[in-house]
Write a protein that binds this ligand. Structure first.
Ligand code: CP
Length: 343
């Protein structure tokens, strides 16, 4: 039987299928207990640090509420008001936090090339689990919740199900690449047929694309990249359209250090997005997918841009059960990494 005690959770690629199944089964157990009102005090007196370099609604609250429900305490840290902003290294920050608590959860997602490296550097220096609450490469607490939601809808055997992971227009900000990257790498592990659609220039980190291809070959699933949303949606069981940033501009963001340079990079991304306003998930496009298809989004969604209200508020949308599963999966990840198998 697998154990994740003491392990990091940085990318789903780092875990075996059996370890992912352990997290999913633990999620189901914790969710049922939550709904029955049964206490699950699996981490009494433990402290989990939540270190944020970016904003959050779902992830922060899933981890804070989750840790409370597990009997421990989640300590929120805004990186901007710690000594990290004066240059303290991930190793030194990690050593300090590890000496005072039992796990370190980090969101560091906005700059390609930074967040994942930060987490792995901290992991080298610490002996407590490092949990990725979203980096530049993966958003593995989100995609585990997505997988849980899909299993609840379609059953545990996902072989042959088609998921369309599509870029969609957004005017709000250049969103990280980590959700589509996390989806293509995780869903291909489970034998699904993954169709990735994006306009030119919105490619993902090549290593994640290679992982998706290799995963599909191993699992008996499939992976394709297409250049229009309609093709991806055709006969899909699940559609997951969301925006992300222009790859080269996201890479260039690493070199932008002043406020003006960061703002200019953001403006350039949004100007490119404006060319593709027709990449919206609307009722016509939903009609291309199977009648039984579901609409998913990690949220927040740009309503009227990524998706119409009719779709996100319509009968095929499962975005709110999907968001609730952030709580149950966060609890499963914390309890499985911070103690021996809980159930
Ligand atoms: N989906 C997601 O990660 O939401 P937040 O950014 O609100 O945490």
């Amino acid at each position: 039987m697998p154990s994740l005690k003491g392990r990091d959770y940085i990318e789903t690629q780092d875990l075996s299928r059996e370890e992912l199944d352990l997290l999913l089964d633990t999620t189901t157990e914790l969710k049922e207990k939550f709904h029955r009102g049964e206490p699950t005090l699996l981490l009494p007196n433990q402290t989990g640090f939540l270190l944020f370099f970016d904003k959050s609604t779902r992830t922060r609250n899933a981890f804070e509420a989750g840790m409370t429900q597990l009997g421990g305490h989640a300590h929120f840290l805004d990186a901007d008001v710690t000594q990290i902003s004066h240059g303290e290294t991930p190793a030194d920050t990690g050593r300090i936090l590890a000496s005072m608590g039992h796990g370190i959860c980090i969101r560091h997602d906005l700059v390609l090339g930074e967040g994942n490296r930060y987490m792995r550097e901290m992991s080298e220096a610490t002996d407590v689990p490092i949990i990725n609450m979203q980096c530049d490469v993966d958003h593995p607490t989100q995609t585990l919740a997505d997988l849980q939601t899909i299993r609840e809808k379609f059953g545990n055997n996902l072989s042959g199900l088609k998921i369309a992971v599509s870029w969609a227009y957004a005017p709000s900000y250049a969103k990280p690449l980590s959700v589509p990257q996390g989806l293509i790498t995780l869903m291909t592990r489970f034998g699904m047929q993954v169709s990735l659609a994006h306009p030119p220039g919105y490619n993902l980190i090549e290593r994640t694309v290679e992982d998706a291809r290799a995963n599909a070959a191993t699992s008996g699933g499939s992976f394709e990249i297409v250049d229009d949303m309609d093709t991806a949606f055709q006969d899909a069981d699940i559609v997951y359209p969301k925006s992300w940033g222009v790859y080269d501009l996201m890479v260039a963001r690493q070199a932008a250090t002043t406020r003006e340079e960061i703002d200019e990079n953001q403006r350039a991304c949004l100007a490119m997005n404006d060319k593709y306003k027709d990449w919206i998930c609307d009722e016509r496009r939903m009609g291309l997918a199977k009648d039984s298809a579901v609409y998913m989004h990690c949220l927040p969604a740009d309503r009227g841009a990524e998706v119409t209200d009719a779709v996100i508020d319509g009968p095929q949308s499962i975005v709110f059960p999907e968001a609730e599963n952030r709580l149950h999966t966060a609890k499963a990840i914390m309890s499985c990494t911070m103690r021996e198998r809980p159930f």
